[in-house]
Design a protein around this ligand. Structure first.
Ligand code: SAH
Ligand code: AVI
Length: 330
């Protein structure tokens, strides 16, 4: 594994998947030729997509991020005291903005802890990492660049020391139920003894609040959604008429999930030169771009249990709007 040493306390390396992962080209071919057509949400996050996600978090409608931040601020010290981590691995760390509450708690409790953010969006993570080591003079940070759907067995955590695995933002909800369980099993596979998982998930609530969170008035989420087409245009030499696609976000109560879709304004033929493929899309035809599953205390407990994990602590936002749990191996 090639390790890049950027500074004395900041380094990065790539995490190889356990098995070769489907390429963007293969994923897109499979997804766009399926019915309904779909694209994986992991392709939202080029530099622009990562910046748009940050902008979503600042919209008044997108409550999950600030609600989770408030829980981390309120309970950060209890979390760090309970987990007493030597190593903190964060999956899908993004800007690591909320993780600062945990680092502040480490600071306050004199808990020296190495931070291992793991994200597919390398530039966002490395920029955030440089700022973190500047702001926390005790912090050693090793950024892990890769796709966590390729498994976690190649994550280079040292054998010694207690681990806290952090998975925030409700990102587990972006997996289909079977995949979410498999992801938690991967996480459980990294945990030994008293190691802990800190997991943030969004909760089932009224449809209006949920749908507004995924369709803000300013149109930032719509822009984020369309960004996946910009990624395809650039990476696969495609010619999606990006601005012709309409953003939709609908809550399916039976499946307890928001479904984000992009609907074609007009019938058109899209050419993906790199794939040597052309696809005819009808007017109004939709591409599913993201699921965002929401949980109840029962469905969350059942999911954890199915992956061999047990809840140690449950921090709930007012009215049960959001859940942050600490879990250990059952
Ligand atoms: N945890 C942060 C960011 C959430 S956005 C927060 O709560 O605000 C989701 C993050 O997961 C993004 O930074 C994105 O780049 C990353 N991500 C999405 N799919 C991924 C994958 N398959 N492998 C690694 N990182 C992924
Ligand atoms: C990263 N993930 C948890 C976000 C979510 O809420 O599902 C992504 C997002 N999609 C639209 N807005 C935010």
């Amino acid at each position: 594994m090639a390790i890049t040493q950027t500074g004395a306390r900041l380094s990065s390396s790539e995490v190889a998947p356990e098995q070769p992962l489907a390429s963007l080209a293969d994923d897109v071919r499979t997804g766009l030729l399926s019915r309904p057509r779909w694209l994986s949400p992991k392709y939202f996050y080029d530099d622009r997509g990562s910046a748009l996600f940050e902008a979503i978090c600042a919209t008044p409608e997108y409550y999950p991020s600030r609600t989770e931040a408030a829980l981390l601020e309120a309970h950060g010290q209890e979390i760090i005291e309970h987990a007493a981590p030597d190593h903190m691995l964060e999956l899908g760390s993004g800007s690591s903005r909320k993780t600062r509450h945990l680092l502040d708690a480490c600071d306050a409790l004199d808990q020296s802890c190495q931070y291992w953010p793991f994200d597919v969006s390398a530039q966002m993570m490395l920029d955030a990492g440089a700022q973190l080591v500047a702001d926390y003079d005790w912090l050693a940070l090793h950024a892990l660049i890769g796709d966590y759907t390729g498994g976690l067995t190649n994550v280079p955590l040292p054998e010694d020391g207690r681990r806290l695995i952090v998975f925030l933002g409700g990102t587990l909800g972006n997996f289909e139920p079977g995949e979410a369980r498999a992801m938690l099993e991967q996480i459980a596979g990294l945990m030994r003894g008293d190691d802990q998982l800190l997991l943030g998930v969004d909760r089932v609530k009224d449809t209006a609040t949920l749908e507004a969170a995924y369709d803000d008035a300013e149109g930032v989420t719509a822009d984020f959604n369309r960004n996946v087409l910009r990624v395809l245009n650039r990476e696969l030499e495609a010619d999606f008429p990006v601005d012709d696609y309409r953003h939709r976000a609908l809550f399916d109560r039976d499946k307890a999930r928001i479904e984000m879709r992009l609907g074609a304004g007009h019938a058109h033929r899209v050419t993906l030169a790199t794939l040597d493929t052309a696809i005819d899309i009808d007017a109004g035809e939709e591409i599913v771009t993201e699921f965002s599953h929401k949980f109840t205390p029962d469905t969350l407990a059942a999911l954890l249990e199915s992956a061999g994990l047990a809840m140690d602590r449950h921090f709930e936002a007012e009215g049960g709007a959001y859940s942050l749990v600490l879990a250990r191996r059952a």
